[in-house]
Design a protein around this ligand. Sequence first.
Ligand SMILES: [Zn+2]
Length: 223
Amino acid sequence: MIDQVVILLGPPGSGKGTQATRLSAELGVPHVATGDMFRTQMEEGTDLGQRAGRYMDSGRLVPDELVTEMLFVRVDGEDCVEGYVLDGFPRNLSQAESLDQGLEGRWSSSVASLEVPDEVLVERIAGRLLCREDSNHIYHASFSPPKVEGVCDECGGELYRREDDNPEVVAERLYVYREQTAAVITHYAQDGRLEPVDGNQGPDEVYRALRSAVEGSDVEEGG
Ligand SMILES: [Zn+2]
């Protein structure tokens, strides 16, 4: 049986968003991504959205209590009654502890952590080529290059690298991520919920590993 709440952890470039989308589609439960949640609340101009907006407009971090409150409002929605796949939360120990309290006695949860070495993540992100015409057209200089250098196969648009995707900036982002989530990983490892998933393989292999990680030990692998 599938745990009802799946908490998916993974560094930038680990493919976490893609894997979360696929898992939620297959399980038939929502993909709750905290980034999307913020945007929705702010667009809808809810009280929570406005409060978060004030922090973001002034360049401050949205406090944990507010992020957590927003999450609980979101997962209280009718579409989450059978569970959800959580992507982008918790980011630190305080959020993890609040989440434990919120889930206690009502939900079983499993935590899958996509593991990819930093040098692989840097290579993945730093090689990324984006299309100026359509943000869904994504290439990689080494792993999936376009047929003609600098030109999108699908629409002929110009390909470019994001400034933030240079190796130094990526390394810095990864450092910050590791620093914030180390305590979260330890927390879940200590209570036995952490399921490490080898994220350093093709997307289909990662997905299979993720599926068996969240299925639990009573289910036979395969299929
Ligand atoms: Zn294109």
